[in-house]
Design a protein around this ligand. Structure first.
Ligand SMILES: O=P(O)(O)O[C@H]1O[C@H](CO)[C@@H](O)[C@H]1O
Length: 297
């Protein structure tokens, strides 16, 4: 009974939010971008902007983390209609996973076909340095593996199947195109593909946890992204993801370094221009399949 009411309300709520947004803006986005910590400037490149504070959007959660402004910005980038979240929601803020991923379903209802996710992450791989940009090839959803998954509860068949496949959830063609663009921009030296892992946060990892993640084959770790990608893949969106490496995760008891959120935001500011260039070029050059038939509407 609880789940039925919960499911009914969340599905109704995303429709209400999408309808409200469509009544407030003429933009009909094909691409949605979620900005990670310190990467909110991606929204500044959009032309002909319409923007809304999350607090003014019916049903939208609120951002509480520094570096996440809490604005939804519509506009155009290289001739493509886009919507950009300047600020995402994290499980550690106390949002349910359904709330955390709520905007993704709203995007689906708006007609979005491709989701760009960006995040700040700590590197475990020795070859990834602060300032490098990792194209996400795959993820390990640690909360999801123990049942903290936004798709738990009754399945909403309007959005997707009960048991969605997650292999190949980061689109291969977009990953290849991104690498090609990086070469043309002369920043290929900063870029490589890797595996992102989501942990619950909000504390950064202990040394033992860092060593465990490293041994498991994780290249970069953060506290977001996987739930958004799971929900996007469930409802048939194409996904492209970038992690900006903001720090090395401490893996040695001899190492006196320690990570903090200010430092994470600072690297975001330093690399903002490159991330912006990559995302803009990729959006400009990618083909839109228009396969969002919007069955969920
Ligand atoms: O994943 P994003 O939102 O980019 O932020 C990352 O940076 C914050 C920690 O500094 C955490 O929220 C972590 O997930």
């Amino acid at each position: 009974m609880f789940w039925e009411i919960f499911d009914f309300l969340s599905s109704k709520c995303s429709t209400k939010t999408a309808d409200w947004l469509m009544s407030q803006t003429k933009h009909r986005p094909q691409v949605a971008i979620i900005c990670g910590s310190g990467l909110g400037m991606l929204a500044d490149t959009l032309k002909c902007q319409d923007s809304f504070a999350y607090s003014d959007i019916p049903g939208f959660p609120q951002s509480t983390v520094q570096g996440h402004a809490g604005r939804l910005v519509f506009g155009e980038l290289k001739g493509k209609s886009c919507v950009c979240m300047q600020g995402r929601f994290h499980m550690y803020e106390g949002h349910s996973l359904l709330k955390t991923t709520f905007p993704v379903r709203v995007f689906k209802l708006l007609g979005v076909e491709t989701l760009f996710v960006t995040n700040a992450a700590g590197s475990l791989a020795d070859c990834l340095q602060p300032g490098d940009i990792m194209i996400i090839k795959d993820h390990v959803n640690f909360p999801g593996l123990v049942g903290l998954n936004p798709l738990c509860g009754p399945n909403d068949d309007k959005f997707g199947p009960r048991f969605p496949a997650m292999s190949g959830c980061y689109d291969k063609n977009l990953r290849c195109l991104a690498m090609e663009i990086a070469k043309q921009l002369g920043v290929a030296g900063l870029m490589q593909e890797g595996v992102y892992a989501m942990v619950g946060g909000p504390n950064f990892e202990t040394i033992a946890e860092a060593r465990l993640l490293h041994r498991l084959g994780v290249d970069a770790v953060g506290m977001s992204t996987a739930p958004e990608v799971v929900v996007a893949t469930h409802c048939g969106l194409r996904v492209f993801g970038l992690s900006l490496i903001t720090n090395k995760v401490v893996k040695s008891y001899e190492d006196s370094d320690s990570v903090n959120h200010e430092g994470v935001l600072e690297v975001g500011r330093l690399r903002s221009h490159t991330v912006q260039q990559l995302v803009t070029e990729l959006i400009g050059r990618m083909e839109i399949n228009n396969n969002n038939t919007n069955n969920a509407a």
